[in-house]
Design a protein around this ligand. Structure first.
Ligand code: NCD
Length: 339
């Protein structure tokens, strides 16, 4: 699972799967952001469609519930003019006893070009990219507590559009770091894009041991953790991934780590507040902040469509390039045999 960089790139260094920002270089991450910027413009037009994925089939495979991610992936594929199939896995053949592998082989036989995969097991998208589907582009839409690359990159797009360069920024990521697949990818992306001050803020029970090795600082005190920050990213308590109780109570959590208007005044006056959603008002964030002028939470959703259009179109063109390379390699092999 660690060496995903080669798996994600074609022989010519183009994106062909998008599984995690880990291992991708700055140039690639910036290309993704630049491409997404151009799709933000498309999203503001009267006619929001471009023909980049015309004739291509995209299958959304959501093995785990999702509203925002699933609908923005679907909209992104439609705006790229793809044929889109969204599979409700609970009513699909998998629940009738067909294995995941069989389901995937059937979808391949239907000549699908891209799978967008969300799964509660860490590594599911990597497994599919590695073992199951040569010639099908795989986009990871969140796997277990491991990675959520399109969320992390839409967050980078939000930061870049509102704050510019990453180098001088102080970014605080607050909450349940341990169970968050978003935080890990945010850290990888922020570091690669040049951010020097990344602070993780939360109770010790929700802070992974040794996380400082990723080049971040950890803070169990919220006020000092967000002091002078340019960007505050709030995370949800991922109770569905907690095996036991990590916190005394939701009320106590809000008292210590909830982002209130008073707390927000510790950050820079023009700090932006982000959250991947779904938000829990009164647990990690006060309504006045979530709905306030510094909140980017709804902007993030819109940027999510543009960012997903960017990675889908880039991976599809990388995958096409890879198919052509393989086809020309095999035809030259046939040619050699004839001689
Ligand atoms: C995140 C997820 O599903 O990991 N949300 C999302 O994709 N919009 C974070 C979360 O569920 O809290």
């Amino acid at each position: 699972m660690s060496d995903s960089s080669n798996l994600q790139l074609t022989e010519h260094g183009e994106l062909r799967h998008f599984l995690t920002p880990e291992g991708l270089d700055r140039l690639m991450l910036e290309r993704i952001l630049d491409t997404a910027d151009s799709f933000v413009v498309v999203g503001n037009q009267e006619i929001k469609k471009v023909p980049l994925l015309r004739g291509r089939t995209v299958v959304n495979l959501f093995f785990e519930n999702s509203t925002r991610t699933r609908s923005t992936f679907e909209l992104a594929a439609k705006r790229l003019s793809a044929d889109v199939l969204t599979l409700d896995i609970k009513t699909s053949a998998t629940s009738k006893g067909e294995s995941l592998l069989d389901t995937l082989q059937n979808l391949r036989a239907m000549h699908s070009d891209m799978f967008v995969v969300r799964h509660s097991d860490s590594g599911a998208a990597h497994f599919i990219a590695e073992q199951v589907t040569p010639n099908v582009a795989i986009i990871n839409a969140g796997d277990g507590r491991h990675a959520h690359p399109t969320q992390a990159m839409l967050d980078m797009l939000t930061i870049r559009r509102h704050k510019g360069r990453f180098e001088p920024l102080s970014v605080a990521i607050v909450g349940d770091i341990s169970h968050s697949r978003v935080a890990r990818d945010q850290i990888h992306a922020l570091k690669t894009l040049g951010c020097k001050d990344i602070r993780l803020v939360g109770p010790n029970t929700l802070m992974p041991q040794g996380i400082e090795n990723m080049g971040v600082t950890t803070h169990s005190n919220m006020d000092s953790g967000i002091s002078g920050a340019d960007v505050i990213i709030m995370l949800r308590l991922q109770t569905e991934r907690m095996a036991s109780a990590f916190l005394p109570s939701a009320g106590e959590y809000f008292r210590l780590y909830g982002l209130t208007t008073a707390r927000l005044s510790q950050a820079k006056p023009d700090a932006i507040v982000m959250h991947p959603g779904p938000i829990n008002r009164g647990i990690e964030i006060e309504s006045a902040v979530a709905d306030g002028p510094q909140s980017m939470i709804l902007n993030q959703v819109g940027y999510g469509i543009a960012l997903r259009m960017a990675v889908m179109s880039m991976a599809m063109s990388g995958q096409m390039q890879q198919r052509q390379t393989q086809a020309s390699q095999s035809s030259s092999l046939i040619g050699e045999k004839k001689i």
